[in-house]
Design a protein. Structure first.
Length: 150
């Protein structure tokens, strides 16, 4: 039995929106741990990130790599299978360097269709695994604030 979440449809030309709450949470988490890579899961749909789940970085050297806690990942997969939020990808920070994939990131991009959000110094970029070992840039837009219209 595979523990991987189902692959997502690939639509590389679509921009993705991120909720204001998700963006704020990721940036705050990265700011609180400026010397280590933070990481977590992204939830939503093909063209939107609606929420995030910070996870423990269990990498041997969290200053320059990340590994999402398998217990958190498996719990999210079980929740998704039970009708919960859909996992669309993950995020991590680069304490030093740009908000673009490292060589290691690209090598680890094996789940076709998954989103990779990278944050550094208050800046975010988004990428989608188009094929194993290949990350393509995706436009990331901030979701509009809720309307107060009735």
């Amino acid at each position: 039995m595979s523990t991987n979440p189902p692959s997502l449809p690939i639509n590389l030309g679509v921009s993705v929106t991120i909720s204001r709450a998700a963006r704020k949470r990721i940036l705050a988490e990265a700011a609180q741990s400026p010397n280590e890579e933070v990481c977590g899961l992204l939830f939503g749909g093909e063209s939107r990130i609606v929420s995030v789940l910070p996870t423990i970085n269990i990498a041997d050297n969290p200053a320059n790599s990340f590994e999402i806690d398998p217990a958190a990942l498996f719990a999210a997969i079980r929740n998704q299978r039970g009708g919960g939020e859909r996992i669309v990808g993950h995020y991590h920070s680069h304490p030093e360097g740009p908000a673009r994939p490292s060589v290691r990131d690209t090598e680890m991009a094996l789940d076709t269709g998954r989103l990779w959000l990278i944050v550094t110094a208050g800046e975010m970029s988004l990428w989608r695994a188009g094929a194993p070992g290949q990350l393509e840039p995706v436009e990331l837009a901030l979701a509009s604030p809720p309307s107060n219209r009735q």
